[in-house]
Write a protein that binds this ligand. Structure first.
Ligand code: FMN
Length: 324
C-alpha cells in the first residue's frame, strides 16, 4: 500500500450507504479483485469507497475446470465457479490483511443452503473489520447458484435468516439479472431485511468455438460482464430504484460494465447511490480512483455539492412504467 500522505477527502464525493461512511461512491465488484492483498500495490485503497471481496462459502471450493474465462465482443464470459478458500481459511488467512485496509470492506458470501449463509454471515459479523456483507444469491456459474436469486419466497427467507443473526455488519443483497422481473426480487430482498441492494451480477451466456464445435468454457455456460451488459444493468437499476428501493429508502450499488466516469454518472442517475467496477479492473486496476476523480470534476462543473444529488435524477417522461 502507498506510503504517501493520505489525500484530503473531497466533500463532494463523500457519501453514506446504509449507515456506512464512504469516502467516494466508487467500489470494487466482487470476484474481480481477490481478498485485498492482490491489488494493494496497484489500487490505492485510501481513495476507494469500499472494497468487496471474492465470494466466500462455508467450505473451500476449487471452482470449475479451466477454461474459466473467455473474452467476447464488449465483454467477458467467466465460469470461475466460486473458487474460494472457504470460511475458516478466510478468517485465518485473509481477515488479518482486511484489518489493515483503510476503506470499508464488504465480504461477499455465497452458499448452497440457507444454514450455510447464516453460519458464514454470523462468523463474519463477529469480525469488526468487516463493515458489511454482500449476499450473493445470484451466481450463474454453479449448479444451484441461482436457486435463491430467482425465487422471491426463498430469497426473502434467506435474507431474513441472515439479517436475524447480524448484530453489526450492514446487509447488502446482490441481485441476479437472470430473472423475469427484477422489481419482484428487489422487493423480496427488501422485505427480508436488505439494508442495501447491489445489482447486477452477470448474465448467463455461451461462447462457441466454430473451429472445434465446442463451447469455449469447460463449464459450457458462463456469466457475461463488461460494457456489453451496461444498458441491461442500467435498466435493472432503474426499475429496482423506481419500483422498490426509492420508496423503501434502500440504497443501490449499481454495477455492470462501468469503465468510465460517464458510466458511473449514468448508474447514479438511474438510481444508484454507489457504483462498483468489476471487469474494468482487468484493464486498469486503478480505475475506481480515476472514476472518482472524474466524478468530482463532473460535480464541480455542474455546481453540485454532493454526489447524492445525482441519485435517481434520470428524467423520464412519460413516467417510468412506460419503459417496461
Ligand atoms: C471473473 C469474475 C468473477 C466474479 N466473481 C464473482 C463472485 O465471486 N461473486 C459475485 O457476487 N460476483 C462475481 N462477479 C460479478 C461481478 O461482481 C459483477 O457483478 C459483474 O461482473 C458486473 O460488473 P462488471 O461488468 O463491472 O464486471 C464476478 C465477475 C467476474 C468478471
Amino acid at each position: 500500500m502507498s506510503t504517501d500522505p493520505t489525500p484530503a477527502p473531497d466533500p463532494r464525493l463523500a457519501t453514506r450507504l446504509a449507515g456506512l461512511s464512504l469516502r467516494t461512491p466508487i467500489l470494487t465488484a466482487s470476484g474481480t479483485c481477490g481478498y485485498g492483498p492482490e491489488y494493494a500495490a496497484v489500487l490505492d485503497y485510501r481513495r476507494l469507497g469500499a472494497f468487496t471481496t471474492k465470494s466466500v462459502t462455508l467450505h473451500e471450493r476449487p471452482g470449475n475446470e479451466p477454461q474459466r474465462v473467455v473474452e467476447t465482443r464488449g465483454g467477458l464470459l467467466n465460469a470461475i465457479g466460486l473458487a474460494n478458500v472457504g470460511l475458516q481459511r478466510f478468517l485465518s488467512e485473509k481477515v488479518p490483511f482486511i484489518r489493515t485496509m483503510p476503506c470499508p470492506v464488504l465480504v461477499n458470501v455465497a452458499g448452497h443452503r440457507r444454514e450455510d449463509y447464516v453460519e458464514v454471515c454470523a462468523a463474519l459479523d463477529a469480525e469488526p473489520c468487516i463493515a458489511g456483507i454482500e449476499l450473493n444469491v445470484s451466481c450463474p456459474n454453479v449448479a444451484d447458484g441461482l436457486m435463491f436469486g430467482t425465487d422471491p419466497r426463498r430469497l426473502r427467507e434467506v435474507v431474513a435468516a441472515v439479517r436475524g443473526v447480524l448484530r453489526r455488519a450492514v446487509l447488502v443483497v446482490k441481485l441476479s439479472p437472470n430473472v423475469t422481473d427484477i422489481a419482484e426480487m428487489a422487493r423480496a430482498a427488501v422485505e427480508g431485511g436488505a439494508q442495501a441492494l447491489s445489482l447486477i451480477n452477470t448474465y448467463v451466456g455461451l461462447s462457441i468455438d466454430a473451429a472445434t464445435w465446442r463451447p469455449r468454457l469447460a463449464n459450457v455456460t458462463g456469466g457475461l460482464s463488461g460494457p456489453a451488459i451496461k444498458p441491461l444493468a442500467l435498466y435493472n437499476v432503474h426499475r429496482a430504484y423506481r419500483e422498490v428501493a426509492k420508496a423503501a429508502g434502500v440504497p443501490i450499488i449499481g454495477m455492470g460494465g462501468v469503465q468510465s466516469t460517464t458510466d458511473a454518472v449514468e448508474f447514479l442517475l438511474a438510481g444508484a447511490s454507489a457504483v462498483a467496477v468489476g471487469t474494468g479492473l482487468f484493464i486498469d486496476p486503478s480505475l475506481p480512483v480515476k472514476i472518482a476523480e472524474g466524478l468530482a470534476g463532473y460535480l464541480a462543473a455542474r455546481g453540485l455539492s454532493n454526489v447524492a444529488e445525482l441519485t435517481g435524477r434520470l428524467e423520464v417522461s412519460p413516467p417510468a412504467v412506460a419503459c417496461r
